[in-house]
Write a protein that binds this ligand. Sequence first.
Ligand SMILES: Nc1nc2c(ncn2[C@@H]2O[C@H](COP(=O)(O)OP(=O)(O)OP(=O)(O)O)[C@@H](O)[C@H]2O)c(=O)[nH]1
Length: 354
Amino acid sequence: MDRQYFSVKPQDEGLFDINSRQRVLKFILIVSLITFLPLSIKNFVIGETLLACFLVAFELVLLIEIIAVLRLKHSLWRYKPSLFFLSISMVLTVDSFGTLGTYWVFPVVVTVVFLVPRKLALITNGVIIVGSIFTIIPHQEPTVTLRFVLALLFSVSIAHCVVETLRQLQSKLSYLSTRDSLTGALNRHQMEISLQAATRKAALGQQTCIAIIDIDYFKKVNDLHGHDVGDQVIKSVVELVNSNSRQTDLLFRLGGDEFLLLFDNTKQESALTVTQNIRNKTIAGLAIQCPQIAEVTLSIGIAQSIANETSEVWVKRADMALYAAKKAGRNQVKVSVISEYYPDKLVNIQSAAK
Ligand SMILES: Nc1nc2c(ncn2[C@@H]2O[C@H](COP(=O)(O)OP(=O)(O)OP(=O)(O)O)[C@@H](O)[C@H]2O)c(=O)[nH]1
């Protein structure tokens, strides 16, 4: 169950999440100012004007990009211009200073592997490595150039292996820390984050819905057939909900046999159709996957978002609709309708089609 929201392609991203990335970016900015700014001034003074200009351009673009990330929380150009100026600066450094210039290439290519998303790192390092090999040839004996090439490839390969291992570990950890281990549904912490985001969107006028889904008389399933069959029923319900909702809808396990489905930008009528469909398919679907279970049904409570409502109240309304569905005899969907006296008379529970 790789829902779009959480398949943020960690493998393709830089190694750091947005919070640690902010700390790393500040550090990079300080280090690059301390190292590259004096270098640019020195190159202006000794007459290496082209190299000095590229270093200044790199510093400037990086400065703008990092400030944008820190302030706006997103990158302006995904670091492409700064990486372009950096790669050209490296090639020009080797061209101007020969072997001395190659000393800069090693830390730069390794840093690029660690900090830049995989594809961009490959392109940047490709330009730096190929460019510096061609420019070092006139400065060096072929055997020395060969050593330089081998040492460079060795450094990049080792860095690449380490980063790939870390990315895979990061990806596994991120999966484990966001999911419920039995069903693979997202956990409560993720639910709080997603509901906060949804309420912010609701405040801006985008309406969406949540549905709380609960298996009816689930205790009896455990009591009659055992805990393992109970687990299988829970997993089957999750599979059914996932296969009957969109990739952009998110399913969270609230606990036990209760789940919350957050619809992406969906009106109440559509949420009702989807949940009715899930409810209808549950009985047939479970009969195939858990043949020992005669019948398992679902009760569902739906609530549409309201501008400036807290996520707690929104969930509470869905929960009240679910309670009404249980009270009305189970195996049905109920929708929470806002009374005109909201929030004093919080909700009316309106019966939906059985
Ligand atoms: N097999 C299994 N059972 C669980 C799990 N988590 C909670 N339960 C059981 O699920 C049952 C939940 O029952 P309730 O929701 O309180 O009640 P119910 O029998 O479903 O009845 P209604 O919800 O009122 O229709 C309890 O017996 C829990 O012990 C789990 O991970 N696996």
